[in-house]
Structure formats: C-alpha cells, structure tokens
Design a binder for this molecule. Sequence first.
Ligand code: PLP
Length: 446
Amino acid sequence: MNLITDWPLSLAAWERSKASLSGGVSTGLRASMPPHPLSFERGQGSQLFDIDGNRYTDYVLGWGPVFLGHSHPEVVQAVAEQLPRGQTFGSGHALEYEVAERIVEFVPGAERVLWSNTGTEADQSAFRLARAFTGRQRILKFAGHYHGWQDNMLVSYRGAGATQHPEPGAGTRGQSSAAMSDVRVARFNDLESVRVLLENKAEDIAAVVLEPLLANSGVLVPEPGFLEGLRDLCTRTGTVLIFDEVITGFRLAMGGAAEYFRVTPDLTVMAKSIAAGFSLAAIAGRADIIDQVNAGVVHAGTYNGNPIVLSAAKATLDYLARERPHATLAGRAQRLASGMSDALAAAGIRGHAHAVGPIAQLALGIDRLSDFEQYLQADWAAYDELIVALLRRGQFVLPGGRWYLSTAHTEADIDQTIAAFTDALHDLALSPGSVESTTSSAAAER
Ligand SMILES: Cc1ncc(COP(=O)(O)O)c(C=O)c1O
C-alpha cells in the first residue's frame, strides 16, 4: 500500500486562502479537519481527487448531500439542460410542483411542500409554522440533536453545555439569550423528560423537533416505543411533531426515517440527499399547518425553488425511485461496520462500529454506543489520529465517526476500505497515548 506522506499543495492553498477567506475554508468544521483542510479539484462517483494528485474513496460526501456520488451523470445532464434555460425566474415554473409531487408521493404525512435552501432555514420555517398553528412559543429539542446553526437551535449539542436540560446549554459565543429562552431541552429516548414539559402548560411548547435517527451524535436509533410515545404525547397535547430528516430523508428509505421507523410526524424537514449536492431544502407535512403561508405566515427566500436545484432534485428522486438502492446500500454499510469491528478486535483496539441504513458509525475508546453520553465519552483525539492514518491510505472520512455511503460506493470500494482501515490501525496502535488497548471490544462481542 503506497502511503501518502504529506499534502504540500493543499497546505499551501490553505495558507494562501486564509489570507483572504477567514479560516481558509467555508465553515469552521471544515477548518478543523485534521491534519489541515485538503484542497480538492475533482469528484467522480465515490472518488475524490486532491490538488496534490491523490485519490480518495469519499465517505464525507460533502458532509452528506452527495448521495448519488459525485457528478452523477443523470444529475449533470438534468442541470446542464436547465442551465441555458434560466437560473431563477422569480415566479412559477413546472419543476416546483413536479418535484413537490414526488415528495408528496413518498414522504409519510406530506400533503404539502415548501421549498427552501438549507436545513437551517427550513427548520426555522417549520418552527414558525408550529408557533402560528398552536399559538404557543417554545420549541422542545433533544440534547445532542443538531438543527442548524441558528441561535435558538445551537444549544445542548457540544461543549460544556452538551447534555444540559431542560434549560438549553449555550453553543457559541455571540449567541442571543432571548432566542435561547424560547427553547427547552429533553433527553433522547427518555419519554418522561418530554412528558413533564409538554404537560406543563406554562412551558408553552409549540413543537417537538428531533432527528428520528440521531445521526449527528452517534447514528443512534430510537428505542422501541419512543417515537410512537412522542407521537402520542404530541397528539394528546396539541403539539406539532417535527422530524428533522435533513440527513435521513430519502436516505434511510424513500420515505426517510418516518417510513423506516413507521411513525408519521406533522412536519418533516429535508435537505441533504434530496438534490445530489445542490442547495435545496424542503418543509413537508400537514396541509392545515403548511397552508398557513397563505394566511399570514411569512415564508420567503430569493433562491427558493430555483430551477437549477430542482432539476438536480428531480433527477435525484427519479433515480432513487427507479433504482431503490436502499437495501443494497444498507448491506454495504453493514459490511463496512462489521469489517471495521473485526479489524479493531484483531488489533486489540477498543472501539465500536455499527450501521443504520447507508450510514456507518465508528468510535474509539468505548465498547458500546447506544446513547449521547457514551458518544461524548469516545476518544475523539484518537479518532483524529485515525482520520489522518486513513487519509494516508486514500480514505476520506468525517470527524465525529459518521461514514456516509453513496449509491456510487461499490463492494470493491468497501473491501478496499476495510483493508486500508485494518492497515491504518497499525499507526494507531504504534502511536503513544492513543486509544487504550483491550481485547474486549464490542466488535468481538458482536
Ligand atoms: C439534522 C440536521 N438538521 C439541520 C441541519 C442544517 O442544515 P444546513 O447545514 O443545510 O443548514 C443539518 C446539517 O448538518 C442536520 O444534520
């Protein structure tokens, strides 16, 4: 295996970029990727190519959206056909409803759709609709769940206040305390922590929002009865139940997590994976809640529903509806997780891997991963070392342990990645002060 030793051109590009672009890349998270952000020139299918001439199998997928792989030919063709016909019209066009019809067809509970551009803003639209519908003010979220970077939602997620509840724990400097006072926090898989807040009228809860599969903090499944219990509590208290399916929409199944776990929310927010890397988000759900946009609830956005992103979405959803890749992809993700578990056990390195649908999760330094607290306890410093060891072997993975598979990832990619992972563990075992070595890994138990 030819190892990449360093990335001189990427490093130089990043240094140059930092002089004009703060952080050198376009988000703080990208800036924090070890050993430093790489600069890419091209993506094709499951492969990425950097400016130093290296090739990687990509499990980052643009942090999620590139679900059909890079530059999928059907998406490229659809966008290329649309581009010369205009970029945005400031009024109606056929793609708006043609793609909305596909969402209504597949997403449980979707009677009506609104277009937006990012998950962050679509979540905020859903909250506004819920407030208008209920006449109540507050949103209830769960510790460890991510719903974008706005002041009200970037709470009880990471850092000192990560597990704080029911008062939200701050997520960033410069945060509005007024926005935070409109939020309450409960614990995932703890119905009682929700019930006490929903049944207390003084708490004034308009909506409960969650990642039905907690993808952002460990790819954690809801315990049996949890989503059903939430559904029941929300129905009984007249609270709007919002599934944030920005990651899971059309990825876990055509109908997302709602189909996968068989629970229907009042509103669903989708973004990543509905438009193959283009910036599109949707709010879908009950007509009586969403149609309030025709009765005084403002839903705005210059770029909403522009034909370029919707042409990409139409091609993406048509491809998924035709090919139905979900079961095959889930099998591949499962094989990747088992391969990584076996390699950890063989190397005597403590760790855990599992997969749900086409998303795998890996963590070092812990034996089990079934709740947010365990996720926080994993050895993320060692994981950063692993990221670099994997990069050297042509594997591009996210911080935080989540691995995304696209429809372009082949069995051969998975085999090659497991071999690279097995080899990368040698670096880790050699590195002093990394993960504690033990033979009793979760991998060995499963
Ligand atoms: C579950 C979830 N909700 C909302 C968001 C915010 O989406 P965006 O980054 O498009 O604003 C994300 C982004 O990662 C997400 O994972």
